[in-house]
Design a protein around this ligand. Structure first.
Ligand code: COA
Length: 263
């Protein structure tokens, strides 16, 4: 698929997906969603990258939401399909077996905030703004916002954000646990790439297990979650990279992980 609305490249095993519609602050229309899905499918089927970074083109926005110009064309059934389409793609991101970092360079509103929340963690520029402003359009979030936001920041704060349409600064979002780290705008991409490249050199079986166990564990009771952890611990323990990790420690040298997915 030739991409019109996104850019995708791989550098040092790190995939960089850039939503590229800066004139409309990278708003997500159906074609952009299709292109994002195509990249995510290719990464998972063809092992194109060991870490994925998602960001927005230009210096103003990560993604300012679903493309509002599409809304007048939609009836209720089409709106349901549009919500389902976005949700399915964001689940694919959440379930991608490699770490995904949202590199939020500006507005992350509506679908932009929802896209960022489907990533494993968010690095934000000091200029970033987060929010679910759908209430100001007379609608509600549709790409998982009500659900992921409440899980991330708690019920009361999620309701306040969705019911008022308020915007949060990067620092406010960090205080709430929505954002992992905040950087100066000019440093954001370099700092993000530094962390991404460092993770790309780590043990892939273990990274995949951490992602899966934390994601699944948050949906279930503690005892069942710990049982999942023990299983995943065993899987990581028997990986090629685990042998290298222990051997390198005992030989007092830095480990050289192959990043193989062989257990
Ligand atoms: N969908 C479609 N177009 C959008 C958009 C969206 N979600 N967000 C911004 N744009 C477009 C604007 O229509 C404008 O296009 P134009 O130049 O042809 O008029 C362009 O992007 C720049 O946006 P503008 O509103 O002029 O920038 P601003 O700096 O004044 O305001 C925002 C920035 C993000 C506060 C404002 O654009 C906004 O509120 N966007 C909508 C956010 C939203 O409600 N998202 C949830 C959608 S469900």
């Amino acid at each position: 698929m030739a991409y019109e609305n996104i850019l995708f490249e791989v550098k040092d095993n790190v995939g960089i997906l850039t939503i590229n519609r800066p004139k409309v602050l990278n708003a997500l229309n159906p074609k952009t969603l299709d292109e994002i899905e195509d990249v995510i499918d290719r990464i998972s089927e063809e092992n194109l990258a060991r870490v994925l970074v998602i960001t927005g083109a230009g210096d103003k926005a990560f993604v300012a939401g679903a493309d509002i110009s599409e809304f007048p064309k939609m009836n209720s059934l089409q709106a349901r399909l549009f919500a389902k389409k976005g949700q399915d793609i964001f689940f694919k991101i959440e379930e991608l077996p490699i770490p995904v970092i949202a590199c939020v360079n500006g507005y992350a509103l509506g679908g932009g905030c929802e896209l960022a929340m489907s990533c494993d963690f968010i690095y934000a520029s000091e200029k970033a703004r987060f929010g679910q402003p759908e209430i100001n359009l007379g609608i509600i979030p549709g790409f998982g916002g009500t659900q992921r936001l409440a899980r991330l920041v708690g019920r009361a704060k999620a309701k306040e954000i969705c019911m008022t349409g308020m915007q949060l600064s990067a620092l406010e979002a960090k205080e709430l646990g929505l954002v992992a780290q905040v950087f100066k705008p000019e440093e954001l991409i370099d700092k993000t790439m530094e962390v991404a490249k460092s993770m790309a050199n780590k043990a892939m079986v273990a990274l995949r297990a951490i992602k899966e166990v934390i994601n699944k564990g948050l949906e279930i009771d503690l005892r069942t979650g710990c049982a999942l952890e023990a299983e995943a611990f065993a899987t990581s323990f028997s990986s090629e990279d685990a042998k290298e990790g222990a051997t390198a420690f005992l030989e007092k040298r830095k480990p050289v992980f192959k990043g193989s997915l062989i257990n």
